[in-house]
Write a protein of this length. Structure first.
Length: 197
């Protein structure tokens, strides 16, 4: 009940700034995502982390191809106390080379910058281990305090076999809602947020 009020009152203006995709809203229940997946005959995997009893993770993907009406291949929703606070959209195409995937990543970054403002560089890493070279870059934007976008790209090259694959993900996160839900579960007199997601 309190969560519904929070989403209705506090998120009304924030949702205009950063809403999750696929017609979802912050605070939605897992059933909404499961119903959507069922209508499109998508696979649904549900995880219940043992060390985070209030958290549920739903991973949704088609057997092959893209999600309906999208260029992405998988979706991962995180729910705290049955309410959506984080959504990650995954892009993977084994048929496309790393150059194509990097171009798609840069195009999405450009579209996000146009919609939400310039994304700030987060980090850039390059490692080589056991014949595998891994390069990753990420960018973020916080259009409203507590509402985040994180765009991350990873390319892995098998130096021995001369093959490579690249993937990228776009994460939407509502930390304001997550913190409020944690406070509701925290015992009186104890600060919330002892567990980190």
């Amino acid at each position: 009940m309190l969560t519904g009020l929070w989403c209705g009152a506090c998120c009304a203006s924030a949702q205009a700034v950063l809403e999750p995709p696929f017609g979802l809203r912050w605070g939605d229940t897992p059933e909404k995502l499961i119903d959507w997946a069922s209508r499109h005959s998508l696979d649904v995997n549900i995880s219940l982390p043992g060390d985070q009893p209030a958290v549920r993770i739903l991973k949704i993907s088609p057997r092959k191809g893209n999600l309906p009406g999208a260029k992405s291949q998988a979706l991962e929703g995180r729910f705290h106390s049955g309410r959506l606070y984080e959504l990650t959209v995954h892009y993977r195409d084994p048929e496309a080379g790393t150059d194509v995937m990097e171009a798609r990543f840069n195009q999405l970054k450009k579209e996000l910058s146009t919609e939400y403002g310039a994304l700030a560089a987060n980090r850039q890493d390059r490692t080589v281990k056991d014949g595998f070279a891994t390069r990753s870059v990420s960018f973020h934007r916080e259009p409203v305090k507590g509402l985040f976008l994180l765009l991350a790209y990873t390319a892995v090259e098998d130096q021995l076999r001369k093959t490579s694959e690249a993937t990228f993900s776009l994460l939407y996160r509502n930390d304001n809602l997550r913190q409020d839900l944690e406070k509701l579960l925290a015992p009186a007199g104890k600060p919330a947020g002892g567990e980190r997601k």
